[in-house]
Design a protein around this ligand. Structure first.
Ligand code: BES
Ligand code: ZN
Length: 630
């Protein structure tokens, strides 16, 4: 990093002093040794709660780094960002943590530099990649940079920061609206308004393996964090998001269908301690998502150094980094590649590394020749030369990475008639033709689904637990007039489900896929009386007038809490209440129809323990219950 302006450090220190008069909101952060030394100048009384030498994976003296866990006033962080950027001769920042425990976890977690099961890094998709690379255009990338940097700022707490997230969501949605295997969603962060944006291309036959490509959508002006601040963030990091957007555009133009699932992410709140990516990576980890590779594009369009691309070797995965170098040598042989290190937590790749996922961070310059305009009102497209040729190089590299990793899949050939979770099988036949399958569903699964899609004709689906269904006897069916069929059982009983696919009219080229989720939310252990979001309870039976009370803990900032009773026979009713057990006369919400099909939804639930009373108005047999917090 360039040693220059100390103004913002001084301003940072001033504003810190002022803020100290008012708020003393404490936050936990982990930070590298050099940043810790800066912190001690800003807040001399700060004492590390824990310090640990981490293997950073960098070369030479950067192979290890001492990292500290401290609790500081939130206001100190403002000064710290400035100090790190302007005083240190290298980059790298700090990671914010929501609790002391998660900060300690960041220190104790074995920083897993090598994936346990590295994916294949064989380069064998030239026929796909090469034509895609020629279709990629710098002008599109330039336009996206111009559009994003037109927001006066994208700071994570500002209105414009929120608007920029919404803008990106809409842009990616519009680009991908024709594809049913692509979804665009915002990831809500409980602590601040700006959402991350995630575009998912569902893998065709190895969808449980995930490849992540990301950049951060927020920006910062280190001297002004107000609503009216100017922080165009053209290079940092509209350029990374714009590079990814061009990858998406060309994939879609060619109707590319990856075998693994691809996720493109615009992270919120990178500039304030990797907050957005930390939450996302932690959520993926908690959900046991098998992320086989992560690439971070943060600053791709400013040519600060002689070489085209620098692969940062610290807090990244060495095996994947050499794969990326091989990709460049294969597909972009005219580009030159160097290495450098950026220090503890310099961008969102570090959030993934901290969770044990293999990540890489290709960057536009050496660390001590970085773009001098970042984090100021001067990080404009003009100051990157009003061109996007640099970003185009990174976009092409990212395309090669996404297609080479995205096209791999474990070849799964299930025995005939046995469905494997998330693995599609094809279905075709003349009118009246039938195919029969079985599908094993474990205890605690929720949202069991059987879906048919694609091709022509009119196929229908019928399912039943333990015994084969027919078109007249089934637990659930979907018999619309096309091949678009979907059966969803919210809280399925465990066991073997039988599926009948029936060609009502001749079917050609359809596929069928069965799935369920088994996600137990972190910190929740289901029991006979404790419900966890998304984890179904099945086989519920209650005598006439008998009742049962469950509890569920709802975190702050959630938009809805839903209890859903279904299946079985009888007439169960639901009553829900915050803080204490409801009765059939005292409740916050109820559903008391004349069957077991009951749903209670509480919008914007308060944080706390909700109690659910399930009462048998008539005897209940074999019903299922699931609570969902969103
Ligand atoms: N894009 C920068 C990271 C960067 C800047 C890398 C210059 C290499 C050279 C990123 O947005 C950033 O500013 N990171 C902060 C850390 C963050 C946790 C506050 C940094 O590196 O100081
Ligand atoms: Zn930055």
């Amino acid at each position: 990093m360039q040693k220059k302006l100390i103004t913002s450090l001084l301003l940072g220190a001033f504003s810190m002093g002022a803020a100290n008069l008012y708020a003393a909101d404490k936050v936990w952060i982990t930070l590298g040794d050099a940043a810790y030394a800066e912190l001690q100048k800003l807040a001399p009384k700060t004492i590390a709660k824990e310090s640990k030498v981490l293997q950073s994976g960098g070369a030479g003296i950067m192979a290890q780094e001492k990292v500290h866990l401290v609790q500081v006033d939130e206001s100190v962080l403002l000064g710290l960002s400035g100090a790190i950027h302007h005083k240190l001769n290298r980059c790298g920042g700090f990671m914010s943590h929501t609790s002391e425990a998660s900060g300690r976890a960041a220190l104790t977690q074995p920083m897993q530099m090598m994936a346990l099961l590295a994916p294949s890094y064989v380069i064998d998709n030239q026929a796909t990649v090469t034509p895609y690379l020629t279709q990629m255009q710098d002008s599109n990338i330039g336009q996206t940079i111009v559009d994003m940097s037109a927001f006066p700022n994208r700071y994570y707490t500002t209105t414009n920061g929120v608007n920029a997230s919404n803008w990106l969501k809409t842009k990616w949605q519009q680009m991908s609206s024709a594809r049913s295997d692509i979804s665009v969603a915002q990831f809500t962060h409980a602590g601040w308004a700006q959402k991350s944006v995630i575009l998912t291309i569902q893998g065709s036959d190895n969808g449980s393996e995930v490849v992540v490509l990301g950049g951060h959508l927020d920006s910062i002006n280190l001297n002004d964090r107000s609503e009216s601040a100017k922080a165009p963030g053209a290079d940092d990091d509209a350029s990374g998001v714009a590079s990814l957007t061009e990858v998406i555009r060309v994939m879609l133009a060619n109707n590319y269908k990856p075998r693994r699932t691809l996720k493109f992410i615009g992270y919120s709140a990178e500039e304030v301690g990797l907050k957005g990516s930390a939450e996302i990576a932690a959520k993926f980890k908690a959900d046991n998502v098998n992320v086989v590779g992560v690439m971070q594009l943060d600053m791709t369009n400013y040519k600060g150094s002689a070489k085209d691309i620098y692969l940062y070797t610290d807090y990244t995965n060495a095996a994947q980094n050499s794969f990326v170098a091989n990709l460049i040598a294969t597909y972009l042989p005219s580009l030159t590649v160097g290495n450098d290190v950026c220090g503890y937590a310099c961008s969102d790749h570090a959030s993934w590394t901290a969770q044990g996922y293999p990540a890489s961070m290709p960057f536009e310059s050496l660390i001590n020749q970085d773009n001098p305009y970042i984090h100021t009102p001067n990080d404009t497209y003009a100051n990157s030369g009003s061109q996007a040729l640099g970003a185009l190089k990174f976009a092409r590299m990212a395309m090669a990475y996404a297609v080479e990793l995205g096209s791999d899949g474990a070849v799964v050939t299930p025995p005939a008639g046995v469905l494997i979770k998330d693995v599609a099988v094809s279905f075709a036949g003349a009118a009246g033709a039938q195919s029969k399958y079985t599908f094993a569903v474990p205890a605690g699964a929720s949202n069991l689904s059987f879906k048919m899609s694609g091709g022509t004709g009119d196929g229908d689906l019928y399912t039943q637990l333990a015994t084969a269904p027919s078109t007249s006897s089934y637990l659930a069916k979907s018999d619309g007039s096309s091949n678009a069929e979907s059966i969803v059982i919210a809280a399925p009983a465990a066991g073997t489900y039988h599926l009948l696919a029936n060609a009502y009219a001749a079917v050609n080229g359809a596929s069928i896929v069965a799935s369920y989720s088994t996600t137990t939310p972190p910190g929740c252990t289901p029991s006979a009386t404790v419900l966890c979001s998304g984890v179904g309870v099945s086989g519920i039976s209650l005598a006439l007038n008998a009742s049962k009370t469950y509890t569920i803990v709802v975190p702050a900032g959630k938009s809805s809490l839903t209890f859903k009773l279904s299946g079985g026979t009888g007439d169960g009713d639901l009553y829900a209440k915050l803080g204490s057990a409801p009765s059939s006369t005292v409740y916050d919400g109820k559903s008391d129809g004349s069957t077991n099909a009951e749903t209670v939804t509480i919008n914007s639930p308060a944080a706390g323990t909700y109690y659910l009373l399930l009462k048998a108005y008539a005897a209940v047999n074999g019903a299922s219950l699931v609570a969902t917090i969103q």
